[in-house]
Ligand binder design. Sequence first.
Ligand code: APR
Length: 240
Amino acid sequence: MAGPVLNVNPSDRLFVLTGAGISQESGVPTFRDGGGLWRNYRIEEVASPGAWQRDPRLVWEFYSMRRQVAAQAKPNRAHAALAAWERAIGERFFLCTQNVDDLHERAGSRRLVHMHGELCKSRCDTCSRPPFPDTQLYPEQVPRCQCGGRIRPHICWFGETPFEMDAIFFQLENCTQFLAIGTSGLVEPAASFVARARGHATTIYVGPEEPGNRSAFADCYLGRAGEVLPKMFALPDQIA
Ligand code: APR
């Protein structure tokens, strides 16, 4: 049976939201599916400002482990499909990922924002020094800034404000097609993006099971991202 097809016309603007599911076929565990590497950690105990105050060493142990997993992973066919769509429609494409790995970039995506931060960046928890690239592992000792503050992962933790929200809302208001891939639809604010878009955009979800916010989507295609996405994108015939 033929899979779903997304028809993109010259006037369309496509907003894509990705979650942990798109990296699952690269071997990066999701958060809320059973099992996986994160099962030894309760996410609230390692991904919140309270956790950082209580036990920064444990927080760095968790993010060091995630840096290692992400470094070993390779982009999969779903990441590659999105990068190809971007090449085809340029500035009419916008990718918002909740993922902190860099698999989208490594597949070739450029028009993207990481609303929950980036695994391979760190910043000081005290001074205003900008976030900087950092792939080091700190499983034992919490690194220090020159100012005396502690270096923390450049990640949006529970209770913190996600990054790039102005750009995201602008793109949501202006899109004509909204496609969410591999996200459980349980974590705000991303879970409400579809509701903001659906008044003026077609809304589609792709993943192996229905997300928690299924009722907000017009269409839901059940399948793994790496199987569905490569066949999904159709451009209208170009006029010579
Ligand atoms: N292809 C597509 N989707 C998949 C695949 C796959 N191969 N495998 C699993 N999924 C789907 C699952 O069905 C699930 O709905 O990916 C989703 C993963 O959900 P979560 O683990 O909740 O991840 P996500 O929605 O990205 O979490 C949001 O929560 O913990 C925080 O900051 C963290 O960014 C994360 C946020």
